[in-house]
Design a protein around this ligand. Structure first.
Ligand code: PRX
Length: 627
């Protein structure tokens, strides 16, 4: 079997290919058909089949691996470490599901999860899946405005949270941000379930807030039967940034997602049941949903849930965990590797890494020096893989489970099964030959596991993703790329206003909206510029309303972003300027701003209304750098 023939089959005959993959999971009732694509671009996978994500991740393994580790929760923040067997995980998830039911959560209701990386977060996700409730995890680094917009869009019946997270040994309060988020939102959740970690003081809101430990005690011995749901039943909503300031709710199904993840473990990640997977992402991101929680568990593997930085207690901590838990598959992001690169390399050879088969990296471009450095240090294959919140699992990777294909530096590899990927000329929409730069697009149907639609907004799904390439109904990734003669893709950055800071996807428009709420900001533009450590950094340019009081404007803008969106969205610099480069029709030319901020030639500026503006901005940047 070759990659090429299998890929061809997955595109030409999806019924045969995905029908086979579907056997990797449990079906309570078989599906009627593999694919229903009668209403493009909405693909329905395995319609009529009854299954359950929680059953596949937990219950199914009780027969053979009840006493094997399932979830290994490690916190170097609170110095706690606990391994839950599949049986213990089953019990905890049942308790959580019973708490949901006792508090009125039913099939189809949304539960918003705003949690640090603690075991209870995974119970909360799996318990939703168990009863057919829809989870929407919001990254713990987001603040009140980000929470409010998600609460208003998802309308959760319940929110699950902890009173605090912890970062580098310092508690990070969550509860006040959540209370503020709920106050800002028009929709009010009925209940807030709080895991009290004893890290910070907080207040309970009578009638709304419920204490997790008390509830858990009440439901200690409860068993909640699995709710068998249709394969097309919504499992979760995960918000992600796009071109507008309003985050999009990426909506995912149940059966297609389970099959796609199981297939990805077989073809790409090559982890075996009984082994341990360590994914260093966060449950707030898609990588965490797929490869901390669902994929390893569905595959009968133990998964490490890690709260902490890669540097505490020292830079050897990840490799210490690899040795201790015999990790076979590890997954991280290039930024994390760049952080480690600054530390003593002795940390990488101190531990026995013989169990580890490969290190997977995704979320941002993997630069050659970083790839070479980590490869030489741990002497394991480094597997770049490219995907998006929207797709849920890798679009591009070396398909290691099928045949040994050579890696090419700078390329995440070839299309995964089911992805009919094209490179299109952005002006003519024509398909491009080798080595030509174009927009990376996917011909429908999207394979199983990819987004079903934008939550509550089918029109937005179609207009955002399927109608941006003139004359064609084709899914746009909003990434530039090229493909070489062997079919390997290379990623060349976003075509839209999304930036990628330390592997975190952020919308420049959201940051602009936040900064423009500052009373002394009349206009603002945010761009992403190259950053050696984080890949990209956000930089803001603001025009003040009143230029007499600009002394603290930079710090104030940063504070505004911190409190509204969270510190991860804080711009690295805020430059106060007199004007922004605009076209004659008044559009800000962000590309030129980015070029100037990166010290590059802005190219053709003839369409700009005032061609001196960029020179002024360059002076401001240069003089700030000198100061
Ligand atoms: O621009 C691409 C970049 O990250 C975007 C998706 O981010 P997110 O929705 O957070 O999902 C991350 C899932 C891994 C993409 O549109 N990106 C992701 N992986 C890579 C990448 N850019 C270059 N190389 C990659 N391997």
């Amino acid at each position: 079997m070759s990659y090429k023939s299998e890929h061809e089959r997955s595109i030409q005959d999806p019924d045969s290919f995905w029908g086979e993959q579907a056997r990797l999971i449990h079906w309570e009732k078989p599906f009627n058909e593999v694919l229903n694509y009668s209403n493009p671009p909405f693909a329905k996978w395995f319609e009529g089949g009854l299954t359950n994500l929680c059953y596949n991740a937990v219950d199914r393994h009780l027969k053979d691996r009840a006493d094997q580790a399932a979830l290994i929760a490690v916190s170097t923040e609170t110095n706690q470490e606990k391994a839950y067997t599949f049986k213990e995980l089953y019990e905890e998830v049942n308790r959580m599901a019973a708490i949901y039911q006792a508090n009125g959560v039913k099939k189809g209701d949304r539960v918003l999860i705003y949690m640090p990386m603690i075991a209870e977060a995974s119970f909360a996700m799996l318990a939703c899946a168990r009863i057919g409730a829809i989870h929407s995890v919001v990254f713990g680094g987001f603040a009140s405005h980000s929470l409010a917009s998600r609460i208003d869009d998802a309308k959760p019946k319940m929110i699950v949270t902890a009173e605090a997270g912890s970062r580098a040994g310092k508690p990070v309060p969550y509860k006040p941000l959540l209370d503020e988020g709920i106050a800002l939102a028009s929709f009010k959740p009925e209940k807030v379930l709080i895991v009290n970690r004893g890290l910070t003081e907080f207040t309970m809101v009578a009638g709304r807030d419920v204490d997790y430990a008390t509830e858990r005690q009440k439901h200690l011995n409860d068993i909640v039967p699995v709710e068998w749901v249709d394969a097309t039943h919504i499992s979760y909503i995960l918000y992600t940034s796009g071109t507008t300031g309003k985050p999009k709710g990426v909506q995912r199904d149940t059966g297609g997602y389970a099959v796609a993840l199981a297939a990805s473990m077989k073809h790409i990640f090559c982890g075996n049941p009984g082994e341990t997977m360590f994914c260093t992402s966060d449950i707030g991101w898609v990588v965490g949903h797929s490869y901390i929680i669902y994929a390893p568990l569905i595959n009968g593997m133990a998964t490490i849930l890690y709260e902490g930085t890669p540097l505490r207690p020292d830079a050897g901590i990840w490799w210490e965990l690899v040795e201790k838990y015999k990790v076979s598959v590890m997954f991280s992001a290039p930024t994390a590797v760049r952080v480690l690169k600054k530390q003593d390399p002795a940390f990488l050879t101190k531990y026995d890494l013989s169990s580890l088969r490969a290190l997977f990296l995704a979320g941002e471009p993997l630069d050659e020096p970083t790839a070479t450095w980590i490869h030489d240090a741990i002497k394991k294959p480094i597997v770049d893989n490219y995907w998006q919140t929207e797709t849920g699992w890798p679009m591009l990777a070396i398909q290691r489970g099928v045949e040994v294909m050579p890696h090419k530096f700078g390329s995440p590899g070839v299309p995964s099964f089911g992805y009919n990927m094209k490179l299109l000329d952005d002006a003519t929409s024509e398909e491009l030959g080798p080595d030509k730069k174009g927009v990376i697009a996917i011909e429908g149907p999207l394979p199983p596991g990819c987004m079903q639609t934008v939550w509550g907004d089918d029109k937005r799904f179609v207009s955002t993703y399927w109608e941006t390439i003139p004359g064609k109904t084709i899914y746009s990734t909003f990434d530039w790329g090229i493909k070489d003669k062997d079919g390997y893709f290379f990623i060349l950055g976003r075509t839209d206003d999304v930036i990628n800071v330390a592997g975190h996807r952020l919308g420049t428009r959201e940051i602009e909206e936040s900064i423009s709420s500052h009373p002394n900001v009349s206009e603002v533009a945010v761009v992403g510029i190259e950053d050696k450590l984080k890949g990209q950094a956000a930089i803001a340019f603001v025009i003040p309303r009143n230029s007499d009081s600009i002394a603290n404007l930079e710090a104030e803008c940063m504070k505004t972003v911190d409190s509204q969106l969270g510190p991860i969205a804080r711009p690295g610099r805020v430059y106060v300027v007199n004007a922004l480069p605009k076209t004659r029709s008044g559009k800000i030319v962000r590309r030129a701003l980015q070029a100037v901020a990166e010290g590059r030639d802005p190219g053709d500026i003839s369409t700009m209304e005032d061609q001196t503006v960029l020179a002024q901005i360059k002076d401001i940047i240069d003089s700030t750098a000198k100061a």
